[in-house]
Write a protein that binds this ligand. Sequence first.
Ligand SMILES: [Zn+2]
Length: 195
Amino acid sequence: MVITEVRIKLMEDNNERLQAFCSVTFDDAFVVRDLKIIEGTKGSFVAMPSRKLTDRCPGCGCKNHLRARFCNLCGGRLDEDRATRDQDGRAKLHADIAHPINSACREVIQSAVLKSFNEEKERSKQPGYVCRYDDYDAGDYDESYTSLVGELARGGGGGEFRAHGPHNNRGTHEAKSPYATSQERRGDGFGAGIL
Ligand SMILES: [Zn+2]
């Protein structure tokens, strides 16, 4: 596997720890978008694309973000503090969509991305600089990124490696109905497989 292209979208300086978005192309054939470069306590690190975790309202079964205080559908009160926590007490609100499964692969991706990031910062100082990252959802920087970046930065990008087990027991990859509502397709429930 060879990384054949990295595209970087630098963030304005005012965005605290989120330094850039990027996409990575493998073997001139497969692109993963929405990786993030985050300034951690021990330098910049690369965060994999991730989604907000959801759970179902006990009253009506509608999916809600784990920090939601009221159900989106029935308005029922929800426990704001229901997210599972890691051993350090940090709430687990996001899950990676795509990620390396060993440290060697993580290192390959991270070093390629950070190298391109540094080159992009230099390029951005030149006149006529154009960002090559395809920004399909410009302006979508919302509170979910703030919480995500906080969650990741506190972790320091320490490289958490999960075995690929969940893909075998089918427990976390629930097949989505093609008749999912438009709200499910584009809203907080997008791609959510956690029951
Ligand atoms: Zn509800």
